[in-house]
Ligand binder design. Structure first.
Ligand SMILES: *[C@@H]1O[C@H](CO)[C@@H](O)[C@H](O)[C@H]1NC(C)=O
Ligand SMILES: *[C@@H]1O[C@H](CO)[C@@H](O)[C@H](O)[C@H]1NC(C)=O
Ligand SMILES: *[C@@H]1O[C@H](CO)[C@@H](O)[C@H](O)[C@H]1NC(C)=O
Ligand SMILES: *[C@@H]1O[C@H](CO)[C@@H](O)[C@H](O)[C@H]1NC(C)=O
Ligand SMILES: *[C@@H]1O[C@H](CO)[C@@H](O)[C@H](O)[C@H]1NC(C)=O
Ligand SMILES: *[C@@H]1O[C@H](CO)[C@@H](O)[C@H](O)[C@H]1NC(C)=O
Ligand SMILES: *[C@@H]1O[C@H](CO)[C@@H](O)[C@H](O)[C@H]1NC(C)=O
Length: 524
């Protein structure tokens, strides 16, 4: 009896929901007749005899998707794959997909989508990937019913969705239950949305994706990450939080110590990276800490990452301090990019063994674009790392900045042997004790002396000139005033009068469009 009542209730709600979704019923679909003459339809078979259908309706000025799959694709889709693209059309409302049992990949990028008809996948339970980036999808368009599968006796079946791309939309928060029908979701891209604050519901929605492996939250103006986001995400391998407003490495990342393999922190205002920043990230293989405009220091102990294979730490214009020796913990290091920073030296404190056993797998070391101080220490370190073999060919751009004697010399032209045995003449030797201040004082004294010499000389010359003039006047040898009247009418005079005009018209643009033109010289 109770059972029947429950069924009745469920039926009633289903009916109610169907009337709610019925609001879009009268909206037409794109006509499907001869569709393969408008769109591109391709069917291929792979090595395993699996049939792949491709439907490419990109940029056809459609306002709706097709009501059915093209007849060319047959009627039996089980075991096949359909890849459908409607990208670049003008589809404001994305209607329910036509029924199929094929594994579907559906994309509609740059479609201007604002609304999605729920349930979108009711007849497509095997949808695997949905790419809806670059649309106008906002919070209210993303309801849990959207991902509901077919109804089966007492509940909705889950759908097979594994890959969801919602980047470049207008999402500020997610419904707490948004992903309750997509337990297989592995890859979620929410980059370039408005998720600046992950509220409780959004956090709960993300934390409820049990098999999530890749999460992209880049370019969302986030300042912090909630502490209850990561603990349930045991499978998260790849996390991208680049392009946000993190001033410190979010502490909650450490909760991913067992699983996290790739981390992207680029384009954040991080000021420093310290020994706690990446602590316990023992599975981390690839780390991107490039393009950090505020980063000055990577402190001792920060980069002791045993599994690290690739480190991208480039284009950090203020980075002066980098504890190179920390990387000795990463025996599997294959790629190291520390180019375009503000580094002057690298120190490895390995006594004795100068064989390239430091990083046996290192294949690529990029160091160009740093103001290197070419010392014995730097060259010993580079050779321990396997230079010059590991340096890339474009590394001819890596040059010494100091000492003066070697300024501009490519690092590849020098060897540790040569530098360490080189006797730098005394006048080129760097003065260790605050050289700029010393130099400045010296220059000031020099300037004062030169200035006083000039002033005294000027006074003497002026005195002599006055004396000579007086004497000439006294002797009545005064010069007669010269008349220029005869020259006035000539071309020469006209030219000399015109010239200033043409010069001002060329360079003195008063409108300000070329305002830098006249003041450019002193600035440069
Ligand atoms: C419906 O549910 C039953 C039991 O839960 C299951 O055996 C059956 O395979 C399901 N049918 C579909 C089409 O998923
Ligand atoms: C969010 O969750 C935290 C604890 O998980 C709770 O203290 C807080 O009150 C919640 N905020 C809202 C708005 O529900
Ligand atoms: C590091 O991340 C930034 C931002 O996502 C990206 O532009 C850059 O290509 C990445 N670098 C590497 C080497 O992957
Ligand atoms: C280094 O790589 C080898 C083989 O790829 C792997 O077995 C080993 O666990 C790695 N070492 C660390 C510390 O991850
Ligand atoms: C290098 O290591 C030795 C001992 O192994 C230590 O005495 C010395 O201070 C270290 N130097 C630097 C610069 O870390
Ligand atoms: C130097 O190499 C020898 C043998 O190759 C090794 O036993 C020793 O531990 C190494 N010393 C250092 C400091 O790496
Ligand atoms: C670097 O070495 C190459 C050949 O070994 C030589 O042709 C070149 O002039 C050197 N460059 C400088 C700046 O010394």
């Amino acid at each position: 009896m109770r059972h029947k009542l429950l069924l009745l209730l469920l039926n009633a709600t289903a009916l109610l929901l169907s009337t709610v979704s019925g609001q879009y019923e009268n909206i037409p679909y794109q006509s499907v007749t001869d569709i393969c003459t408008t769109c591109v339809c391709i069917s291929t078979k792979d090595d395993n005899n699996r049939v792949h259908y491709t439907l490419n309706c990109a940029m056809k000025n459609f306002e709706h998707i097709l009501a059915r799959w093209p007849t060319d694709f047959g009627t039996q889709h089980t075991g096949t794959e359909i890849v459908a693209s409607y990208s670049g059309n003008n589809i404001r409302l994305l209607q329910q997909l036509p029924a199929t049992t094929a594994a579907v990949t559906f994309s509609c990028r740059h479609c201007g989508i604002q609304q999605l008809q729920a349930p979108f996948f009711m007849d497509v339970p095997n949808v695997e990937a949905l790419y809806l980036s670059w649309n106008e999808i906002a919070d209210d368009a993303l309801k849990p019913e959207l991902f509901r599968g077919p109804f089966n006796s007492t509940k909705y079946e889950p759908i097979a969705l594994k890959d969801l791309d919602l980047s470049h939309n207008r999402i500020a928060r997610l419904d707490r239950k948004l992903f309750e029908h997509t337990p297989q979701l592995r890859k979620l891209n929410l980059a370039s949305n408005k998720l600046s604050v992950l509220d409780n519901a959004t956090t709960a929605a993300l934390a409820a994706i049990p098999n999530l492996q890749r999460l992209d939250l880049s370019y969302n103006q986030m300042v912090t990450l909630p502490i209850d986001l990561f603990p349930p995400l045991h499978s998260l391998h790849i996390l991208d939080i680049s392009g946000n407003e993190f001033a410190v490495v979010p502490a909650t990342i450490r909760q991913l110590s067992k699983s996290l393999q790739q981390l992207n922190l680029a384009y954040n205002p991080l000021a420093k990276i310290d020994a706690h920043s990446f602590r316990q990230l023992d599975a981390l293989r690839r780390l991107n800490i490039s393009n950090l405009p505020m980063l000055r220091s990577i402190e001792l102990g920060a980069l002791q990452l045993p599994a690290l294979e690739q480190l991208h730490c480039a284009h950090n214009p203020k980075l002066e301090n980098f504890e190179f020796a920390d990387l000795l913990a990463s025996r599997n290091l294959t790629l190291l990019d520390i180019s375009q920073n503000a580094l002057t030296t690298l120190a490895l404190n390995v006594s004795g063994n100068s064989t390239a056993t430091t990083w046996p797998r290192l294949r690529s070391l990029a160091i160009a674009g740093n103001p290197w101080y070419c010392s014995c220490e730097l060259f010993n370190t580079l050779e321990l790392a396997g230079a010059p073999q590991v340096l890339q060919s474009q590394e001819t751009l890596a040059r010494c900045t100091t000492p003066y004697l070697l300024a501009g010399t490519p690092l590849t032209n020098l060897t540790a042997e040569r530098i360490c045995n080189m006797v730098i003449p005394k006048k080129y030797q760097p003065v260790e004790d605050d050289p700029p201040r010393f130099l400045r004082r010296r220059y000031i004294i020099l300037t004062v002396i030169i200035a006083s010499v000039v002033v005294v000389a000027g006074l003497i010359i002026g005195f002599i000139v006055v004396c000579v003039r007086r004497r000439l006047k006294g002797n009545e040898y005064g010069v007669q005033p010269i008349r220029y009247t005869s020259v006035r009418g000539s071309n020469l005079s006209a030219f000399s009068q015109l010239q200033p005009v043409s010069v001002t018209s060329k360079f003195g643009n008063p409108a300000g469009a070329g305002g830098a033109g006249t003041t450019g010289a002193p600035n440069a």
